[in-house]
Design a protein around this ligand. Structure first.
Ligand code: FMN
Length: 478
């Protein structure tokens, strides 16, 4: 049944060769080996803006996928997210060739200091004129912890506790250090900023200590649009409190609907609104002029895909070395210190999952069940997901680039526009400027709403004590 709710579109990519659908880098028309050239990224950004996409979501990883066969041989042979370059450095170039496209960029907070991290995102919010988002991740790879000089990662739930405190500190920097009226730019009076309105943040917590002023003046959005992707119990609680966009990957409609309900309910319990969360489903689409041609294209792509490489990726996500199981042996064990929701979905399935079943699921090299068909067929499928599962949109993974994005923009987007599901033009804000990412997603201004926990860190010009309001929200951390 068609839906009237407009849907949100993100392209899903990563600054590397093999991202989700592994093996396709070897396809003769694929250009992902050019990931280290700026043209590759500016070309993608232009295509997405032509197609009315809301954003480009960039995954990232620190560490290597060394769980499968206890090494990185296959990881290197198939370039499974290795090599991987820094995603943030791509943003200014793409922002320069676009006006509206948003950028949701993954940064693992576990290896960041809040002070310098907050400045990087403020800088990008300035340079993009309010189009930056941050995908908050805490990491799941022991290889990253070792590379950072640690013996191992913090335990799963402790990582989320540290993340809670990290958020308190960056909210204080972004929202509380500079008042809106602090910047004067008064050349005649020789006062760039008003010292009474720039405040030192003083934080003594369990994981972080900081005394200092935020280095950047307030940017359009102040706090970047916040994305989150963990779906464990602890991950959902974190998302319900902090996230504005949640990325889910469940491909089963009933399970996805349950997760969406649970996330929205918890957001309400946290004092927010159910639609304060925009929920994006990870999806792969294979599109051509007709359903039959799309099926042929799928078969052609599958000849280059590498299901075993997909398994090596999934092994790292779950911390389970699938190569240790017989092809038909049920997989029932996982250490639950990697992506806990991925382990639980796998090991708690009613029918035991085997490596053979996983290889079949990864026929296109990745875990997403591809939507295959003409533009109309795929548009109908996407609309059905939004209607039935109450999601808000999609993170569209790549297959063969750039043709997969071109095909989506040329064949699916016109169908979605015809159905009123995707805008024909990007709206402007009240001053006639391109909207900020947050304004486009939520239609309620550039800044976080008052009911979001970050708002407790704001200082009013009336002189309300910021540390008091911050302390009310997070007594032990400020
Ligand atoms: C769909 C999806 C995408 C994710 N993308 C990334 C990523 O790009 N980089 C990363 O370090 N972690 C990524 N993660 C990991 C989570 O964001 C999270 O930090 C962690 O694994 C805990 O998830 P859990 O709450 O489900 O256990 C992703 C997780 C999911 C479910």
């Amino acid at each position: 049944m068609p839906t009237c709710k407009p849907l949100l579109l993100n392209a899903f990519n990563m600054n590397c060769v093999g991202h989700i659908n592994h093996g396709l880098w070897a396809h003769p028309r694929d250009r992902s080996i050019d990931y280290h050239s700026l043209d590759y990224w500016t070309g993608l950004a232009r295509t997405l803006e032509r197609g009315g996409f809301d954003g480009l979501f960039l995954a990232d990883i620190l560490g290597v996928y060394d769980v499968y066969q206890e090494g990185i041989e296959l990881t290197l042979a198939e370039s499974i997210q290795l090599p991987v370059n820094d995603p943030l450095l791509l943003v200014p170039a793409m922002a320069q060739v676009t006006e509206h496209l948003g950028f949701g960029v993954t940064v693992n907070l576990s290896y960041e200091t809040p002070y310098s991290f907050a400045r990087r995102f403020s800088t990008l919010d300035h340079l993009t004129r309010g189009r930056i988002g941050w995908n908050i991740v805490t990491g799941y790879l022991d290889s990253a912890a070792r590379a950072m000089g640690l013996d191992g990662q913090l335990e799963h739930d402790r990582r989320y506790e540290r993340a809670e405190e990290f958020m308190a500190v960056v909210y204080a920097l972004w929202e509380g250090s500079w008042e809106d009226s602090a910047v004067l730019r008064d050349k005649a009076g020789r006062r760039f900023a008003d010292g009474a309105k720039v405040h030192e943040i003083d934080h003594h917590g369990e994981f972080y200590r900081l005394r200092g002023y935020h280095l950047s003046e307030p940017s359009r959005q102040r706090t970047p649009v916040l994305y989150q992707a963990g779906s464990s119990g602890r991950g959902q609680a974190f998302a319900a409190r902090h996230a504005e966009c949640v990325f889910i990957s469940l491909q089963d409609r009933a399970k996805a609907r349950e997760l969406v309900r649970s996330l929205r309910r918890q957001a309400v319990e946290a004092g927010r609104r159910a639609d304060d969360l925009k929920i994006f489903l990870g999806a792969t689409a294979i599109v051509a002029d007709s359903d039959a041609e799309a099926r042929e294209r799928l078969a052609e792509y599958q000849r280059y895909a590498n299901p075993e490489a997909g398994l090596a990726h999934f092994a790292a996500s779950t911390g389970i070395d699938f190569s240790r199981f017989g092809l038909d042996e049920p997989i029932r064990r996982g250490n639950r210190n990697a992506i806990q929701s991925a382990v639980d979905n796998l090991t708690a399935a009613e029918r035991a999952v085997t490596p053979r079943a996983l290889l079949e699921q990864h026929a296109l090299g990745g875990r997403y069940t591809p939507l295959v068909g003409s533009g109309a067929t795929v548009a109908d499928e996407l609309a059905r997901w939004v209607e039935e599962v109450d999601i808000d949109g999609f993170n569209l993974a790549r297959t063969v680039v750039p043709e997969c994005f071109d095909a989506f923009v040329d064949l699916v987007v016109p169908e979605l526009r015809e159905r009123g599901l995707v805008k024909r033009d990007y709206p402007l804000d009240a001053q006639g400027r391109p909207q900020s990412l947050r304004q486009r997603l939520f239609g309620a201004g550039d800044r976080l709403p008052q009911r979001h926990p970050a708002a407790a860190y704001r200082r009013s010009s009336a002189g309300a004590s910021p540390s008091c309001s911050a302390a009310a929200a997070a007594p032990e951390t400020l």
